[in-house]
Design a binder for this molecule. Structure first.
Ligand code: B12
Ligand code: SF4
Length: 546
């Protein structure tokens, strides 16, 4: 039954079911409604009513979402979308929303529509696209809809005029959120966070947890670097909207509220450059250490720490002092390090515009071991436009050396360079004519499938090489204990690891079904999740240390 317009909620956030990707082939992604939470808090603070429909956590079918929308959808429905290659779940969801009620106004925001609005705009089920930071823009949009006034003054907004033609109000050069400390903390009150924060996602170290419940936080926005393969690196890009950082005090307050309201015991920081400037991060880590000393049972990690920001040992003035970053990381409960070394070839680093000194990298990795970090993973990218086959081999050699000879790295992940729209690499690949002229968004598949072909090497060769090198470097037969360690980091059994490796080799890293079907560990299927699910009380300040 449809609600009458008068008592309808003003705004509904829908989280799409990531399993709808590629006609239901997979792949599931754990989605914490962090942007949705912040935007909800902003809207509620300004008097708008908001509700949420989470098709992902609740693994809804299309029909279930349709029925849920019939019952709950507000006058305006919004979706947050991350990456262009996962857009089909987004567009499917938009279709269901309009089918449930064509009078609903739909608004799309997030990285995908911000970088690729032209792709998103092809969907006739979208009414508005908000580019870049949404806090002020969404509020202005909601006020304009409520007051039936013009959209012309809202920068960074794509909207349709009375003839259904798309119009765009150019985005101000630098985003409109001036001070991140002014933003409210994310509002998760519509969610059963005991469930939402107690998932684990197999086959990725990023979504394995030491303690549940867990959640994500971003303490700063923007990145100081200009890597050619990354959307955040390109000047003027909507996801490069100036560098903004929250103060340590506000971050500690947010952590306290997450513990108090949701029993959070683990945090993943998702900043692009968490470790800069050093004073700020050390103050944050001292704050977390203090909370732990007071009995807060907290650990943390980050999905991507920049190795270049770890101080070289000889530069530390005072051990355990203000500049001893690794000491404070350890003290504050950081238990796993994910970095992006990206290459082993000096020539590739130039192409990436990513200045890296590999001797220093080795010193830093050794130092991490000295401080007791025993779960260190690194990303590598192979096959940049302009790379020679030797550059590619050099990267594998380097990864092998630091993993198996020096044993300062525990797990190496290799991605095939993918020229995503909005990156400098995309422009270069077009100029060099190493990607098809009519490259379509659906050609982006993930980072196991190449789209670049050069005179020297082909995408298929890279796929095969990547699959076999990943297997060789990470799983040498003479280090069985290492296999066990990686399986533990990825939250899988040795049997699952065996099948995954086999499937990766046999399919050259593409269409690897076992790793794509990560939704089997729905909440409660995982023993650690179950532990909290079965409990009536949130774990709160239980003094459990790991
Ligand atoms: C955390 C994260 C993830 C998490 C998701 C976390 C979660 N919510 O549970 C996980 C691990 C699942 C993930 C997965 C992937 N990710 Co990711 N991820 C990020 C990361 C590091 C932070 C995102 C975040 O939370 N930002 C904080 C919030 C507050 O910012 P925001 O999302 O931009 O939201 C603001 C605005 O965009 C806007 N907004 C957002 N939503 C909405 C909605 C409405 C209605 C409105 C009006 C406004 C609005 O307002 C918000 C507040 O200002 C970004 C890097 C980055 N700097 O953004 C990469 C990033 C988004 N990921 C990226 C990629 C490539 C992926 C994967 C494809 C990785 C892979 N190997 O397959 C998958 C795709 C998943 C998918 N379904 O699309 C790329 C996307 C590049 C591109 N051009 O498409 C990014 C940009 C990293 C990078 N620099 O390359 N990711
Ligand atoms: S890859 Fe990382 S360091 Fe490079 S521009 Fe992107 S976010 Fe910054």
């Amino acid at each position: 039954m449809q609600m009458s317009l008068s008592n309808r909620t003003d705004f509904t956030f829908v989280i799409y079911n990531t399993r709808w990707h590629r006609g239901g082939e997979g792949r599931y992604w754990n989605h914490i409604p962090y942007p949705e939470g912040i935007l909800t808090a902003v809207l509620r603070k300004n008097g708008f009513s908001v509700n949420h429909i989470d098709a992902n956590t609740n693994n809804m079918t299309e029909e279930e979402l349709y029925n849920e929308l019939k019952n709950k959808a507000g006058k305006v429905v919004g979706i947050s979308a991350l990456s262009v290659e996962y857009r089909d779940s987004v567009h499917k969801t938009l279709g269901i929303i309009k089918k449930a009620d064509p009078t609903i106004k739909t608004v799309l925001g997030g990285v995908y529509p911000s970088i690729s609005p032209e792709v998103a705009k092809e969907d006739e089920n979208i009414d508005f696209i908000v580019i870049s930071e949404g806090e002020e823009r969404l509020l202005k949009l909601m006020n304009a809809i409520k007051n039936n006034s013009t959209f012309k003054g809202i920068d960074g907004l794509h909207y349709r005029d009375e003839n259904k033609e798309w119009k765009y109000n150019p985005r101000k050069a630098i985003g409109n959120v001036k001070n991140l400390d002014d933003l409210p903390f994310p509002d998760y009150s519509d969610y059963d966070t005991k469930k939402l924060f107690s998932w684990s996602q197999k086959y990725t170290q990023n979504f394995q947890f030491r303690q549940l419940p867990m959640t994500i936080m971003m303490t700063s926005r923007g990145c100081v670097y200009k890597c050619t393969y990354c959307g955040a690196g390109k000047d003027g890009n909507p996801i490069n909207d100036g560098i903004k950082r929250r103060t340590p005090g506000s971050i500690i307050e947010e952590i306290k509220s997450l513990v108090k309201n949701h029993g959070v015991r683990e945090i993943i920081f998702v900043d692009d450059s968490l470790l800069l400037p050093r004073d700020r991060i050390i103050d944050i880590l001292k704050g977390i250490t203090k909370l732990r000393d007071q009995g807060y049972d907290l650990v943390w990690k980050s999905n991507n720490l920049d190795l270049r920001h770890i101080p070289l040992p000889h530069t530390i003035k005072e051990k355990k002092g203000k500049d001893d970053l690794l000491y404070w990381m350890k003290q504050s409960g950081c238990y796993q390090i994910s970095i992006s070394l990206e290459s082993g070839s000096p020539e590739t680093f130039k192409r990436m515009k990513r200045p890296t000194n590999l001797d220093h990298a080795l010193i830093r990795l050794n130092e991490m071991r000295n401080y007791g970090f025993d779960e260190i993973a690194s990303n590598f990218i192979i096959g940049m436009p302009g790379d020679t086959w030797n550059d590619i081999l050099t990267t594998f050699e380097f990864a092998d050396k630091i993993t198996n000879r020096d044993q300062v790295l525990d797990y190496s992940l290799f991605s095939i360079a993918t020229p995503l729209p909005g990156t400098e690499m995309y422009e270069t690949a077009k100029k060099m004519e190493v990607i098809p002229k009519d490259l379509k968004p659906e050609d982006f598949y993930g980072f196991g499938k190449g789209v670049i072909n050069t005179d020297e090497w082909s995408a298929v060769e890279l796929q095969i090489k990547r699959a076999y090198e990943w297997d060789r470097i990470n799983f040498p037969p003479n280090r069985p204990e290492h296999h066990t360690k990686i399986a533990k980091m990825l939250g899988i059994t040795l049997e699952e690891l065996k099948i995954w490796r086999q499937e990766t080799r046999q399919n050259a890293g593409v269409d690897v079904k076992s790793a794509d079907k990560t939704d089997v560990q729905v909440f409660g299927a995982d023993e650690r999740s179950k532990k909290f699910f079965d409990k009536e009380e949130l774990p709160g300040l239980e003094p459990l240390r790991h």
